[in-house]
Design a protein around this ligand. Structure first.
Ligand code: NAD
Length: 249
């Protein structure tokens, strides 16, 4: 990729949710201190309909089930906010009869930084339409997010005040991420806007105004997420924790 000298980007659009980008900026600024925990779950329920026919259930076309479709986004978010994942211990399951791809994955992960976490993804969480939720705990505070309330970031600071607690930040202020591309403060954005911000970022990179990394995902980020997803499968088969080698650098 480097030798080809082309701009490349992997469409991990959740990096372009304003609240997710704000979380990254708060972490970079040291606002929650040293990160200890990352726990995330991406839950949908449309896979519970066994009459549903889609390319997403064909291993030839889709490659995998909830792992590639949902867990890949969780892995990228984990890498984006916390850093590289070093090892995983996972359970991968197909519950639906006749289905040829996975329905769900549950994994415990360890980051190179020493932080530990959990990653879950399922298409069988009845009532959960698109619930991508995560929480990060650091030595100075915590951050929490729910895709079904994507304009909001929940922030806790261990600042000693008696009335301390999580506060909900509406991430639409003029100094918040992507504000220059968005409506005025309080005019909330939606899932589709993340793709607008993503394409703006990529086209700006092609025009030489910014680089794709670190705020956009490159194809190398896509590859690294795939290595982690492969390790979920390997770990589930072996029953052991799998170290991730990242064979391409
Ligand atoms: N958050 C995300 O980044 C995100 C979310 C959803 C889907 N996706 C990805 O977007 C892609 C599409 O997903 P979807 O849910 O819209 O799928 P879909 O099945 O609803 O739509 C796919 C479309 O592609 C068309 N198509 C298939 N083969 C084609 C071909 N050879 N030439 C031209 N058209 C062809 C189909 O007719 C269909 O209209 C997938 O790669 C999926 O993984 C990403």
């Amino acid at each position: 990729m480097a030798a080809a000298e082309v701009k490349h980007m992997c469409g991990f659009n959740y990096r372009f949710v304003p609240a997710v980008r704000l979380a990254r900026e708060l972490i970079e600024a040291g606002e929650i201190g040293e990160i200890r925990h990352f726990r995330a779950r991406y839950m949908q329920d449309w896979g519970a309909d066994d009459a549903h026919q889609a390319w997403r259930f064909d291993p030839e076309q889709a490659g995998s089930g909830a792992i590639g479709d949902l867990a890949s986004h969780v892995v990228d978010t984990a890498r984006f906010l916390v850093g590289e994942i070093g090892s995983v211990s996972a359970l991968v399951r197909t519950f639906m009869p006749e289905r040829k791809v996975d329905d769900a994955v549950e994994a415990a992960v360890e980051f190179h930084s020493g932080a530990i976490g959990t990653i879950e993804a399922t298409r069988l969480a009845l009532g959960r339409r698109n619930a991508f939720q995560w929480e990060i705990n650091g030595s100075e505070g915590s951050l929490a997010f729910d895709m079904e309330r994507l304009n909001e970031l929940r922030v806790f600071h261990e600042d000693g005040e008696r009335a301390r607690g999580f506060k909900t930040v509406l991430v639409t202020e003029a100094d918040h991420p992507f504000a220059g591309l968005a409506w005025p403060p309080g005019h909330i954005v939606g899932w589709g806007d993340t793709f607008v911000y993503e394409f703006h970022h990529f086209l700006s990179a092609i025009a030489g105004k910014n680089s794709v990394a670190p705020y956009g995902a490159t194809l190398e980020d896509g590859y690294r997420a795939a290595e982690v997803c492969d390790a979920f499968v390997t770990s589930s088969h072996s029953g052991h924790r799998e170290e991730i080698a990242y064979r391409v650098r």
